[in-house]
Design a protein around this ligand. Structure first.
Ligand code: PPS
Length: 346
């Protein structure tokens, strides 16, 4: 069983890279601690960069920064709720000659582990309850020993990852328009016990725009990846493009990875990730983990939830929407990046 350091002291911890982690003072006070009761030690900010992360991450930060990147690795990076699971599944299958049997037999958290899982899951709690063995948790040490080719994923910015990552391995960054990502992340906070948000969506939006939500700032990682878009080892995908034409995006992934897929395999991949089917696929939908205590077992709020573009329109008041529009416009100014926030055919 992996050891868990419950006496971690993240405050003021300095990485070899020069990144420093400091507890955000407001996250230890009301109203934040009432809205996010699970963060009993607050949230931590990494500087430079401003990335907001769970204090438990700090225990693993150096280990992740020093991971040995392999030239046949594929690293999937996203802002959370942007299509990580969907893209990981396609990528893993393309890298593994469309071995659908293996994809069904072995859960995605094992086949394509999330580096963030080391702090997402309350290991100490599960170990105490004896439910640890039911969980598909994979440690950084285990990831280091995985056979090649590895398909890894995370929500971390480049400066918390091995510095040679992009020059050594293939990286896929998946972006989703921030309005749908915010709504999806709000529901994730209602689902997953690590996060637990007690307030309403409007309050969540305020924390989000103020960069006080786990994994924010949204534009930090998105614009960092966008700025590197001409790097030959980086492929940027958009959730909305995947919704519009998944076949075209499968072909892009396959070309980028130098892993050809036949027209028949493409059709099988399309069918495999069809939303209604994917949401019921226990190898990817985290129902096992949620039932084991990672989240709340709620048929109306599942990990693979709605899978739509434009769902934000049913959630934001005109005033909240205006605030988000201004925030988007300010952050995208001069970047050349534009988001699709609505789709007719999906
Ligand atoms: S996480 O928690 O960061 O790993 O989440 P992530 O996988 O990045 O994103 C979850 C959202 O992606 C939707 N999803 C899909 N949409 C369309 N087709 C497929 N196959 C698919 N699989 C996952 C999922 O429903 C989440 O979005 P919302 O808007 O909440 O439904």
């Amino acid at each position: 069983m992996p050891s868990f350091d419950s006496h971690h002291q993240p405050d003021g911890r300095l990485l070899q890279s020069g990144v420093k982690f400091t507890v955000i003072p407001e996250t230890l006070q009301s109203p934040f601690k009432d809205h996010f009761p699970a963060y009993y030690k607050g949230l931590v900010r990494a500087e430079p960069g401003g990335f907001v992360i769970h204090p438990k991450f700090v225990n693993n930060a150096e280990k992740i920064y020093n991971m040995k990147v392999r030239s046949d690795d594929v690293w999937i990076r996203t802002f959370p709720r942007s299509g990580t699971t969907w893209t990981s599944e396609l990528t893993w299958l393309i890298m593994n000659d469309c071995n659908f049997e293996e994809a069904a037999r072995v859960g995605q958290p094992i086949r394509s582990p999330n580096l963030d899982a080391n702090y997402i899951n309350h290991w100490d709690k599960f170990a105490a309850e004896g439910s640890f063995d039911t969980m598909d948790i994979i440690t950084i040490d285990e990831i280091e020993k995985m056979p090649s080719p590895r398909v890894l994923k995370c929500h971390l910015p480049f400066d918390l990852l091995p510095p040679n990552l992009l020059d050594t391995a293939k990286v896929i960054y998946v972006a989703r328009n921030p309005k749908d990502a915010i709504v999806s992340l709000f529901y994730f906070h209602k689902l997953v016990n690590l996060c637990t948000f007690t307030g309403d969506l409007e309050t969540f939006v305020d924390y989000f725009l103020d960069n006080k939500v786990l994994w924010t700032p949204y534009f930090g990682t998105v614009l960092d990846a966008w700025g590197k878009r001409s790097h030959p080892n980086l492929l940027i995908l958009f959730y909305e493009d995947m919704k519009k034409d998944i076949r075209a995006q499968i072909k892009r992934i396959s070309t980028f990875l130098n892993k050809p897929v036949t027209p028949e395999q493409i059709e099988k991949l399309v069918d495999h990730v069809r939303f209604d089917k994917f949401s019921k696929n226990e190898s990817v939908n985290y129902t096992k983990e949620i039932k084991a205590g990672v989240g709340k077992d709620d048929p109306n709020n599942t990990f693979v939830r709605k899978g739509q573009t434009g769902g934000w329109k049913n959630h934001f008041s005109p005033e909240v929407n205006r605030k988000i529009d201004e925030w988007i416009a300010k952050n995208l100014e001069g970047t050349g990046l534009k988001f699709v926030t609505e789709l007719n055919d999906q």
